[in-house]
Design a protein around this ligand. Structure first.
Ligand SMILES: CC1=C(CCC(=O)O)c2cc3nc(cc4[nH]c(cc5[nH]c(cc1n2)c(C)c5CCC(=O)O)c(CCC(=O)O)c4C)C(CCC(=O)O)=C3C
Ligand SMILES: [Fe+2]
Length: 384
């Protein structure tokens, strides 16, 4: 193909002819809640009591999770950024647990004649839940469609961009949101200079955290690495030191099973006991204000803080912030250059290296050294 100057930008996404935005999914209406929860929890050993409670969280929001609209907004923002760069890369959206499902996205890719897609999952960190589970589900769906061979897809090929928690755009987007939250705290009569910064992410079983550390830092370590950066960037801009720590939300699983701790509510209680009155909560584990944020933080954790008489503000998620969307498109182009075999400089921040986009075969298992037997795409053995 001749490289005419007007086509230069458009060629940058080669070999990809589509971008797949791949997310969790959530119910759109009350009738969806139970089937959605069944999809999420099939074979996961989550107690019925927890499922009933989570169902109530959704019903409290009219049976509708905000996540689908947030993904549509992210899709639109990506399309805009892609168009502004003169790239020809249609975006399709699919979810693991609700419509449009993974298989719907594959149908759409086929209908548009795509042959090789680059995948962007809406999880910034590497663990079973944010990395391998997506790759397993994609392989399983291809298998159900009769499109899985020993090296991966025999139909549309799928690559993925690397985990992006330690990229400049992700960290800056979170730091911007934290700075804004400190201003809100001051406007609400809080004392920003005294406020603690409590980062929050999704708790996972301790065994899953251990398994997340094959070939790279664990899920917990990934958070600690960039939390330090977000706090330092925010502190510099606020003009005072920021004391921070990491807590967890949304624990499920049976009570005897260890999950990452402390729980955000427990930690807020301890803060109150220690005389801390002002808190900024930064949900660095999540990319949008979906139910885990809207319920577990905005409803539950903020109520806990109020009960203790604290002034607490929840910082935003990166959502569709420009700095984040630009970063995602940069990562798509970086992945494309890697696929073309070019030498590319991978932008990273913090002390950890760029995470792999073709993972070790035993990357992010549910349990260390216990392969599920379920094939997972985008690994050394299954890179198609
Ligand atoms: C690390 C992580 C993220 C963050 C990364 C990312 O953002 O992807 C995340 C995101 C999300 N989790 C979500 C919802 C749920 N997660 C559940 C259960 C679980 N999550 C886990 C982990 C994670 N989950 C784990 C280890 C379980 C136990 C089951 C298992 O071992 O796999 C359950 C079952 C009930 C319950 O146990 O709570 C639900 C309903 C939604 C949708 C929200 C909406 O609808 O707006 C989103 C974005
Ligand atoms: Fe979850």
């Amino acid at each position: 193909m001749p490289t005419m100057p007007t086509e230069t930008a458009a060629l940058d996404a080669r070999p990809y002819d589509a971008l797949m935005l791949y997310s969790f999914g959530g119910p759109d209406k009350p009738e969806d809640v139970v089937p959605f929860l069944r999809n999420v929890t099939a074979g996961k050993g989550i107690p019925d009591s927890r499922l009933e409670a989570v169902g109530e969280h959704y019903y409290g929001f009219g049976g509708k999770s905000p996540i689908n609209e947030q993904n549509l907004a992210l899709k639109a923002a990506l399309e805009k950024e892609i168009a502004e760069r003169g790239l020809d890369l249609p975006v399709v959206w699919g979810n693991r647990n609700w419509a449009p499902y993974t298989t719907d996205a594959v149908d759409e890719l086929e209908a548009m004649g795509a042959t090789r897609a680059v995948t962007l999952v809406t999880s910034a960190y590497s663990s079973y839940s944010g990395c391998r589970q997506y790759r397993e589900d994609l392989a399983t769906v291809l298998d159900q469609r009769g499109q899985l061979g020993p090296e991966g897809s025999t139909g549309v090929r799928f690559d993925k961009i690397r985990s992006y928690f330690n990229t400049p755009g992700y960290v800056q987007g979170n730091a911007d949101a934290v700075v804004e939250a400190y201003a809100t705290l001051a406007a609400q009569g809080g004392d920003p200079a005294a406020a603690r910064l409590l980062f929050v992410t999704h708790s996972i079983p301790a065994t899953m955290d251990a398994a997340s550390g094959v070939g790279h830092a664990t899920y917990r370590e990934q958070h600690l690495d960039i939390a330090a950066l977000v706090a330092a960037q925010a502190g510099e801009r606020l003009g005072h030191a920021v004391e921070w720590e990491l807590a967890y939300c949304s624990r499920s699983g049976p009570p005897h099973q260890p999950w990452l701790e402390p729980d955000v509510n427990d930690r807020l209680g301890e803060f109150a006991q220690a005389g801390v009155r002002d808190v900024v909560i930064s949900p660095i584990g999540f990319v949008s204000d979906h139910m885990e944020v809207a319920y577990d933080l905005d409803t539950e954790a903020l109520a806990t803080a109020r009960e203790h008489g604290m002034v607490a503000v929840r910082a935003g998620t990166v959502g569709t912030r420009e700095v984040f969307v630009r970063q995602l498109v940069d990562l798509v182009l970086e992945r494309a250059a890697l696929a073309r075999g070019e030498d590319v400089e991978q932008a990273v921040v913090g002390s950890l290296p760029a995470f792999p986009s073709v993972t070790p075969n035993d990357c992010c298992l549910r349990v260390h050294e216990q392969p599920s037997g379920i094939p997972a795409l985008c690994s050394e053995d299954m890179h198609r």
